[in-house]
Write a protein that binds this ligand. Structure first.
Ligand code: CAA
Length: 241
């Protein structure tokens, strides 16, 4: 029986590449998405991967969505917390809505997604939890006090959860992508992206979503049981933590 993997924000950007890579590695994948029905339908048609719509910032929605996936596909072995948003702006101009939206979607979602499945993983003595953090959680980024705080929080969450569950066959790891050529990064003003950010990347280009997805497939494998609590950077050399 294939292991079941859930990828949040799994129908677009880095998440879509992760869903496809896990499917190619033999997982039975469910892709969660929040809003873009058209992109999700296209993704399902192209990949054959089922899509499930809910908002990861809601605990009740996560619990219900995960229960539905377990009913449809079986017990969940792998959770990839990938869904994330940006609401960039300098802190002195940031509104409570910009702060709360990013903390709720990017950080509180980790509790919402992991709490409903952790008992099952512990009982079955197997689990893989992979959190897509960010270079900006490691180094901080001007204009992203909200996002940097959430992404740094993810790394702390991973280290705590890894310790609690190491004896139960569950690994918990963070991946910190640098600037990857997705819609999120391309939304940065071109002059900021080209003049300020690209020159900071020694490899000289944005990353590809597939370059993150292959790390997820590696960490999700049964054979990766000794890797836990780690933070793996993939940023073209922009920040060497
Ligand atoms: N540090 C300090 N000061 C800075 C700065 C920096 N990095 N960048 C700009 N400033 C200064 C500018 O020099 C300018 O100063 P003056 O007024 O004295 O000339 C002032 O701040 C205003 O700059 P902007 O005109 O750029 O301000 P803005 O309000 O139009 O835009 C911003 C601000 C939205 C934060 C914009 O700079 C921006 O988009 N920056 C990029 C933020 C970023 O990297 N986001 C990553 C998104 S992708 C992602 O999050 C994925 C991932 O994980 C990597």
């Amino acid at each position: 029986m294939s292991r079941v993997a859930v990828v949040t924000g799994g129908s677009r950007g880095i998440g879509a590449a992760i869903s496809k890579a896990l499917k190619a590695a033999g997982f039975n994948v469910a892709a969660n998405y929040a809003g873009n029905d058209e992109a999700a339908a296209k993704f399902r048609e192209e990949t054959g991967i089922p899509v499930y719509k809910w908002d990861v910032s809601s605990y009740e929605a996560c619990a219900a969505g995960l229960a539905q996936i377990e009913k449809d596909l079986g017990p969940i072995d792998v959770v990839v917390n990938n869904a994330g948003i940006t609401r960039d702006g300098f802190f002195h101009k940031m509104t409570p809505d910009q702060w709360n939206a990013v903390i709720n979607t990017n950080l509180n979602s980790l509790f919402n997604m992991c709490r409903p499945v952790i008992d099952g993983m512990r009982n079955r003595n197997f689990g893989r939890i992979i959190c897509i953090s960010s270079i900006n959680g490691q180094k901080g980024q001007a204009g992203q006090a909200n996002y940097s705080a959430a992404k740094a929080g993810e790394i702390g969450f991973v280290k705590a959860l890894a310790q609690e569950n190491a004896s139960k066959g569950i690994t918990v790891n963070a991946i910190c992508p640098g600037y990857i050529g997705t819609e999120m990064v391309r939304a940065i003003a071109p002059e900021v992206l080209e003049k300020r950010i690209l020159p900071q990347i020694p490899v000289g280009r944005l990353g590809e979503p597939e370059e993150i997805a292959r790390i997820v497939a590696f960490l999700a494998a049964d054979e990766s049981g000794f890797i836990t609590g780690s933070t793996l950077s993939a940023n073209g050399g922009q920040y060497m933590a």
